[in-house]
Design a protein around this ligand. Structure first.
Ligand code: NDP
Ligand code: 2IT
Length: 444
């Protein structure tokens, strides 16, 4: 059996009931076959792949907190410190009822390669909890965040592990967590990113994932003979990534006609009104029915459906495995040119394969959504030098990073005989730097 297949079998056997983690590992290892076969003997001897797929450290802890009525709740929480070969662990914290160890491991594993692709010195990690911030009062969210950080603070620090936002963790949650870290540790340091602008946050971090997604998509289209201006776009999700992806797409002259949340979706043929969407989601924390109620051109539909709309570009920006084979078929039948992943692993393996086979330009999440973590690393730099950069400076660095990521994955795909396959290109380009660093640092 090949080394790749052996390691994949080992991953499935040793990590039962973690389908998302298996899926992420499978995609990466399959992409790396060419490189691994070239170096099989050396990698096997060093157990390189076994070390790559096994987190350096996994923290599991309980988070007790008291709600507004005096009832005590207990949530499960996780921090997976996956790989620190190229820098301190870096990656977000997801707060969503679906969170479990397998989901955090898939996200942490993806983060290793994503962070490597940014070209910045950050290792891979991820964390979170099955706490659901939806419907909770600010006081309850604060109680949870403080209790969560009371345990987590022991394992993180500006030079060891720097968490940030993800699903369910935005500026409010980061603020409460930062306050509690500072209170317990007595240090004012850049231990979290995505902070508010008044206490060490970076300009453009809020926008960075969505903007970065569009900078990379624009470059991918340009290099394949298309202009983003005038294109019609379907976005899924209506959170941080979706909102700023929509905003940048419209700034670049495209028209975004859909957004969604976990209960339904909007079709707005006039183009999504970003100011209204921000008011509904960022200020009121309301459902998309509220958007439809205030926008005569919008139709609201229950359930799933954004991928059934005829568009040129699809940007899945909600969550993992939200774009299935039947969705890929519908997009292809409607003439889609490009799919770029704003979310982490939103496209199933079968759907990805179908899109690639049908000539759709496909930008995988670890490249396409790397703008968020890249800008987090820029926030870390600003915190270290105790300076802050202008919006334009951060945004122009972000753009440079995204264009660079596109060319790195494009070049790697070409070099290994897989021209146009950016899944293979991104995985190889991300892997090579990490492996070089792991090898140089010996068996640790
Ligand atoms: P938010 O919490 O701001 O928004 C998430 C959006 O996705 C909401 O519209 C939410 O709907 C929807 N959603 C979440 N879970 C589900 C689900 N199980 N089924 C259907 N819809 C769902 O998160 P972000 O925008 O920050 O994150 C979105 C994706 O982007 C995630 O995959 C995240 O890992 C990834 N990402 C985020 C980065 C960042 O900087 N924030 C960086 C890189 C990637 P509802 O409100 O109804 O739950
Ligand atoms: O998935 C991701 O890259 C994020 N949620 C952002 C991580 C970060 O450290 O900014």
């Amino acid at each position: 059996m090949s080394y790749v297949d052996e390691v994949f079998e080992m991953v499935v056997e040793k990590n039962p009931a973690q389908p998302e983690f298996h899926q992420a590992v499978k995609e990466v290892l399959d992409s790396l076959r060419i490189v691994i076969e070239e170096n099989e003997e050396a990698y096997r001897k060093d157990a390189l792949l076994e070390r790559l797929v096994t987190p350096e450290r996994q923290l599991l802890f309980r988070v007790p907190w008291v709600d507004d009525k005096g009832q005590v709740h207990v949530n499960n929480a996780f921090r997976v410190q996956f790989n620190s070969a190229i820098g301190p662990y870096k990656g977000g914290l997801r707060l969503h009822p679906s969170v479990n160890l397998g989901i955090i491991k898939f996200l942490g594993f993806e983060q290793i390669f994503k962070n490597s692709l940014t070209g910045l010195p950050i290792g891979g990690g991820k964390g979170g909890s099955d706490f659901d911030p939806k419907g909770k009062s600010d006081r309850e969210v604060m109680a949870f965040c403080q209790s969560f950080m009371t345990e987590l603070n022991k394992y993180i620090g500006a030079d060891t592990d720097v968490p940030a936002g993800d699903i369910g963790t935005g500026a409010r949650e980061i603020g409460y967590m930062f306050g509690q870290y500072k209170r317990i540790r007595g240090v004012y340091e850049g231990v979290l990113t995505g902070k508010g602008l008044s206490y060490g946050g970076s300009l453009a971090r809020t926008e960075a994932t969505g903007y970065g997604l569009l900078y990379l998509t624009e470059e991918m289209l340009k290099c394949n003979g298309h202009d983003i201006a005038g294109k019609t776009v379907a976005v899924s999700g209506s959170g941080n990534v979706a909102i700023y992806a929509t905003q940048k797409a419209q700034q670049l002259g495209a028209k975004v006609v859909t957004v969604s949340d976990s209960t339904g979706w909007i079709y707005d043929p006039e183009g999504i009104d970003v100011a209204l969407l921000k008011e509904v989601k960022e200020v009121k924390r309301a459902r998309l029915t509220e958007y439809a109620a205030n926008r005569p051109s919008a139709e609201y539909h229950e359930g799933k459906g954004v991928w059934t709309v005829k568009v040129d570009i699809a940007l899945p920006c909600a969550t993992q495995n939200e774009l299935h084979l039947e969705d890929a078929k519908a997009l292809v039948a409607n003439g889609v040119i490009a799919v770029a992943e704003g979310a982490n692993m939103p496209t199933t393996l079968e759907a990805t394969e179908y899109l690639l086979e049908n000539g759709v330009l496909f930008a995988p999440g670890k490249a396409a959504n790397a703008g968020g973590v890249a800008t987090s690393a820029l926030e870390m730099s600003q915190n270290s030098e105790r300076l802050s950069w202008s919006f334009e400076e951060v945004d122009s660095k972000l753009k440079g990073i995204m264009v660079n990521i596109f060319h790195n994955m494009d070049d790697a795909a070409k070099k290994y005989g897989k021209e146009g396959n950016y899944v293979v290109g991104a995985n190889i380009a991300g892997f090579l730097k990490v492996v070089d660093a792991m090898t140089a640092q010996g068996i640790v």
